[in-house]
Design a protein around this ligand. Structure first.
Ligand code: FES
Length: 73
């Protein structure tokens, strides 16, 4: 099974890298262009193309700067 990574972008979307399927509340899949290697999901709420990011986070004032705890050792 291939690895999937979900990466937070500072004040931006959640970027999913790896093979995933995005489905709506009824289980119907959103079309994902063939060969696409990552998907950006909106977490600011301003996208006109939800659940996908359309870049509006850059102008809507969304701020998210959380980081993962540093691992020691
Ligand atoms: S995170 Fe990019 S439009 Fe919302």
């Amino acid at each position: 099974m291939a690895d999937v990574t979900i990466r937070t972008r500072e004040s931006g979307p959640l970027v999913i890298e790896g093979p995933v399927k995005i489905v709506d509340a009824s289980g119907n899949p959103f079309p994902i262009p063939e060969g696409k290697t990552f998907i950006a999901l909106c977490r600011c709420g301003a996208s006109a193309n939800k659940p996908f990011c359309d870049g509006k986070h850059k102008t809507c004032g969304f701020v998210a700067t959380e980081t993962a705890p540093q691992q020691l050792g």
